[in-house]
Design a protein around this ligand. Structure first.
Ligand code: GLN
Length: 474
């Protein structure tokens, strides 16, 4: 039996011989097997990780130099490439596809002696908020198996919450790291746009996508971020801003100017128990010496439509590469025209939600509608960005709910796409503005489910978020 407290504790135990890497890995492999009904993992790299763990133990025994993540057991969402391993974005269209190279994030983890234990289930191409849209079936929420784990990184959140890996990687285009973290009671960090290279991350909406980290301690997230962040010659949008030593910075206690929004907390969609929990948390922050001030977010009701117009437009373009010729699934039906191959392969390979988004995106980009939808949404994005800049001129952090409600039951929203979309109200904002966001668990609802609060900061303000939430582990 191994209980993960933090990477630092674990590595100290490894060095002191209290545990071995092979022993701890075995614990995780057994747990994954025992909880396989959760369906968090699509694939587990048993043999390979066993040999990697042996190498780590040997390095420790013989005093060889060790990377900063030696022995750390990490799961990765099925949208992140790992050379020589299958990757499918939770979609049948990529069945049988093997990564030709590793994502920069994965390369950087491996270079520090981390162990990638397996590939985690998710909504197809990251499109969804409940993990009900995966070609591999739904993931169960380990806190209550009749409920969704959130999405799209549902497998990543469920795996951490159930103790099936120490940290996991997800991707966040509109909340897919933070919302499942909230639903499963773990911490989820989406860094600012470009903080972690997107090279090797399967694209959903390229101007929104960002790799994020899920875990049970801020300390672990800080260390992993420090290792993965930074400029990358393979992604021109990766930020060249210097990477702070987050793992050291979190040791400093700071007081912050914190903004909150009454429009958000009193929003009709927000469960009153969650709003109350957040207000109590804010009182606690005031007592700790932080300065809390209300700000106006009058654009709140425009962010979901803006997000869905822009992301579906980008998705319709990004996903046009899956044509049955270049990768993945090709129809077995005889076709006399090239267009038939495209049409049948795509009809067979993509799921319902992805088709909906491709059609919506194609529509908003079509002649005659382009200006009314796409251009308008770009203008709205710019206004939101400008107002965000104003907020962060006077504040270090903005607090919002992560989700209006706790994890819901399977099927509760799957027939109603609009209500599922609207629930993304508080998370898509950070992706529209390109700023970092973190979800941190702060309470338990009377329905037994966890809920969190979300902190956002200005671009490159991850340090402030990590410092504010550097509290006891969850
Ligand atoms: N729920 C949002 C969507 O479906 C967010 C997804 C994501 O962040 N990948 O688009």
């Amino acid at each position: 039996m191994y209980i993960h407290r933090s990477i630092v504790h674990y590595q100290a135990d490894l060095k002191a011989g209290v545990v071995t890497c092979t022993g701890v890995l075995d614990h995780y492999l057994t747990e994954i097997e025992r909880t396989s009904r959760l369906n968090a993992f699509i694939e587990v790299y048993q043999e390979e990780t066993r040999s990697q763990a042996l190498v780590i133990d040997e390095k420790i025994r013989s005093g060889l130099p060790l990377g900063r993540l030696f022995g750390v057991i990490i799961g990765i969402k099925d949208v992140i490439c790992y050379q020589g391993h299958a990757v499918t974005a939770g979609s049948s269209i990529l069945s049988g596809f093997t990564s030709l190279y590793s994502a920069t994030a994965v390369e950087r983890l491996l270079a520090e002696d981390a162990i990638i234990i397996g590939r985690l289930n998710c909504d197809e191409f990251g499109m969804g908020s409940s993990n009900e849209h995966s070609a591999y079936g739904k993931v169960l929420n380990p806190r209550d198996e009749s409920r969704v784990p959130g999405g799209s990184s549902g497998g990543s959140a469920a795996a951490v919450a159930a103790g099936l890996c120490m940290v996991s990687l997800g991707s966040d285009t509109g909340g897919s790291v933070r919302q499942p973290a909230d639903f499963c009671g773990v911490i989820g960090l989406k860094p600012g746009y470009g903080r972690i290279s997107r090279h090797g991350l399967i694209a959903y909406a390229s101007s929104f996508d960002q790799i994020g980290i899920l875990g049970t301690s801020v300390e672990d997230l800080a260390l992993c971020l420090e290792i993965m962040a930074g400029a990358d010659g393979k992604d021109a949008t990766a930020s060249a801003a210097p990477v702070p030593v987050y793992s050291e910075a979190i040791k400093e206690q700071q007081t912050f100017r914190i903004a909150y929004s009454n429009e958000a907390l009193d929003h009709p969609s927000v469960d009153p128990e969650i709003a109350h929990g957040i207000r109590q948390f804010m009182d606690q922050l005031s007592r700790e010496g932080h300065k809390l001030e209300p700000v106006s977010l009058d654009f709140l009701d425009h962010i979901v439509p803006t997000y869905y117009v822009l992301t579906t437009a980008e998705a319709s373009s990004n996903l046009s590469r899956y044509d049955g010729i270049r990768y993945g699934h090709r129809t077995s039906a005889k076709a006399s025209r090239l267009e038939d191959i495209y049409e049948r392969s795509r009809s067979e390979g993509f799921g319902k939600e992805v088709k909906r988004r491709i059609m919506l995106g194609t529509f908003v980009l079509s002649t005659g509608y382009f200006d009314a939808y796409f251009t308008k949404a770009q203008q709205a994005r710019r206004r939101i960005l400008n107002q965000t800049r104003q907020i962060f001129k006077e504040h270090d952090i903005l607090l919002l709910p992560t989700s209006p409600f706790t994890a819901f039951h399977f099927g509760a929203k799957s027939e109603d796409a609009i209500s599922m979309f609207l629930a993304d109200i508080f998370t898509v904002y950070a992706n529209l503005a390109g700023i970092p966001g973190i979800s941190f668990p702060i309470g338990k609802h009377s329905n037994g489910m966890p809920f969190g609060v979300q902190g956002m900061s200005d671009r490159h303000g991850e340090t402030a978020l990590l410092q504010l939430f550097q509290r006891t582990s969850v």
